[in-house]
Design a protein around this ligand. Structure first.
Ligand code: NDP
Ligand SMILES: O=C1O[C@H](COP(=O)(O)O)[C@@H](O)[C@H](O)[C@H]1O
Length: 502
């Protein structure tokens, strides 16, 4: 891994404190950072290096999770870190940052490899890129890269405009668009699960798969993000990025070679084949929901429109369920059901692959009819794989019953998404970052839904907090003779399906 300078814009912010700094520390402890690593935190607040070091220590102590709970090396980690107070909108101030970067490059005798991480409000993304160019920060003799947080635009047009502005400073191959779902180990494992196991590879198509269900349910509500979330809703906050990525990752075909470019190409083919929706037809395939009051863990919880900062008249979506079709020969006729929502019964991100039940007709006795085989991929918070098969139960006179073969990863040992993504970016590997084509095509597909919601062409269903979302979301599956798996039967079927949110 090359020696480099890592510039973190928004170093005192929430994301930096909760995710980025603990991930960097964990990489340091595991000796996965480059041997010469100059880390410069940038924010608008006036801080000395020592005060910023205190901030780093606090963040590590408060937010390190799992295996990185070794705090003994925090003091050792600090000397590589400097702080620069800078207003990102003020072009003149970037010279100060450039001087500090160059000074540290000289002190550490490292090449001009510069990684810029934008962990600031999206309104600043374009201005920072422009100022990196104008100030000379981006004119390096080494490489330069940009890691950029979500959201990447608010709709198709704004995403295109943002991309155009970024591209005046950075080439596409220098841009690493973070989608933290792509950093989740089980998402990174999807490709291996399918392609490295001939039994699955052979079955991964419309001859054997009846439907695919992708769920990301959360128990948390809007929290302190009202001003952002009320304009975004579940469709922009989760569906356009994370859920579309899960769709591409679970349905892409075996590339000729497993390289970043080939995988990207397969993902592109999938998203290009997703059957477009017309704004007028959105109501048939999309369910929009908003949480009302209810209970979580026996405690009463207020509804969305009672949340601080949310207008009582808000029609924002906190839940969305979508049925879509991939019009290619592999997936023709296989419905994909995708849903995500806040304030639901449990925290669970998972993909359930329901296999066709070819043997149904062999079983004349209805009580004996085998349930479909299911492959359940647990992504969050419990990572694992479960395969549901049918077997005779000798204790029940040989009655056919579902059994599960289950692998569950030790959660403490699982690396965190931000750690995996940072290493990839340091190594220049963009496989698990969102390429512009994917982002653009995904906005293009979602655009009619945004418009249909704006124009109120889709009913808004209020669902009780602590539920599985609006009843209407079952309609999408029932129309095709299916039902959501694991909602009511999660404990019977699989331990990896759901747990409390952390
Ligand atoms: N927080 C989260 O869980 C997630 C956040 N994101 C994305 O990450 C990005 C950052 O979010 P988050 O950390 O929550 O935001 P915060 O508001 O918590 O942090 C923003 C940061 O930007 C700094 N800042 C504000 N104005 C300026 C300025 N004019 N010049 C220089 N620095 C400035 C702030 O400095 P100071 O603190 O000194 O005022 C702070 O460090 C956003 O794009 C967000 O969408 C994505 C996924 C999850
Ligand atoms: O990007 C986001 O993701 C989180 C959910 O992430 P997870 O890793 O806990 O599944 C979501 O709460 C947030 O609203 C959204 O911005």
């Amino acid at each position: 891994m090359d020696a480099m300078t890592f510039v973190l814009f928004g170093a005192t912010g929430d994301l930096a404190k909760r995710k980025i700094i603990p991930a960097l520390y964990s990489l340091y402890v595991d000796q996965k950072l480059p041997p010469s690593f100059s880390f410069i935190g940038v924010s608008i607040t006036e801080l000395s290096d020592e005060e910023f070091h205190e901030h780093i220590e606090q963040s590590v102590h408060t937010f390190s999770e799992g295996g990185s709970n070794d705090f003994s090396k925090v003091k050792e980690f600090l000397p590589s870190i400097r702080y620069c107070k800078l207003d990102v909108t003020n072009e003149g101030e970037y010279k100060k940052l450039l001087k500090l970067i160059q000074l540290r490059e000289e002190e550490l005798n490292i090449p001009e490899n510069r990684m810029f991480y934008m962990s600031v409000a999206p309104t600043f993304f374009d201005v920072i890129a422009l100022n990196i160019k104008k100030s000379g920060l981006g004119s390096t003799k080494g490489w330069k890269r940009l890691i950029i947080e979500k959201p990447f635009g608010h709709d198709l047009k704004s995403a295109q405009e943002l991309n155009e502005k970024l591209s005046t400073t950075f080439q596409e191959e220098e841009i690493y668009r973070i989608d933290h779902y792509l950093g989740k180990p089980m998402v990174q494992n999807l490709e291996a699960l399918e392609f490295a196991n001939p039994i699955f590879q052979t079955l991964w198509n419309n001859q054997h798969i009846a439907n695919i269900q992708i769920t990301a349910s959360e128990t948390v509500g809007v929290e302190k993000r009202a001003s952002y979330y009320d304009k975004a809703g579940a469709i922009r906050d989760m569906f356009q990025n994370h859920m579309m990525q899960l769709l591409m990752m679970s349905s892409m075909h075996l590339p000729k070679r497993i390289t970043a470019a080939d995988i990207r190409n397969e993902k592109k083919k999938i998203i290009e084949s997703v059957r477009p929706l017309k704004k007028e037809d959105v109501h048939s395939d999309v369910i929009r929901g908003q949480y009302g009051p209810g209970e979580i863990d026996g405690k009463s919880v207020i509804g969305y429109i009672e949340e601080p900062g949310i207008a009582p008249s808000s029609k924002n979506d906190t839940f969305v369920a979508v049925r879509l079709w991939i019009d290619d020969p592999f997936w023709k006729g296989v419905p994909f059901y995708i849903r995500t929502g806040k304030r639901m019964k449990n925290k669970s991100t998972r993909i359930v692959i329901e296999f066709k039940n070819h043997l149904k007709e062999l079983y004349v006795n209805q009580n004996e009819e085998p349930t479909p085989n299911l492959l359940i991929i647990g992504i969050n918070p419990n990572e694992g794989v479960s395969l549901q098969l049918n077997s005779k139960n000798p204790l029940k006179d040989g009655k056919i019953e579902p059994i599960n073969i289950e692998f569950s990863a030790d959660q403490d040992d699982v690396p965190k998404a931000y750690e995996l993504l940072l290493i990839d970016a340091f190594e220049g590997d963009a496989t698990f970052f969102a390429h512009w084509t994917e982002v653009e095509l995904s906005w293009k597909w979602v655009q009619p839904i945004l418009e249909a919601f704006d124009e109120n062409l889709v009913p808004l269903h209020i669902y009780p907090t602590g539920s599985y979302g609006p009843d209407a979301s079952h309609r999408l599956l029932e129309e095709d003779g299916f039902g959501w798996w694991l909602d009511k039967r999660s404990h019977e079927l699989s331990n990896i399906a759901s747990t409390e949110e952390t």
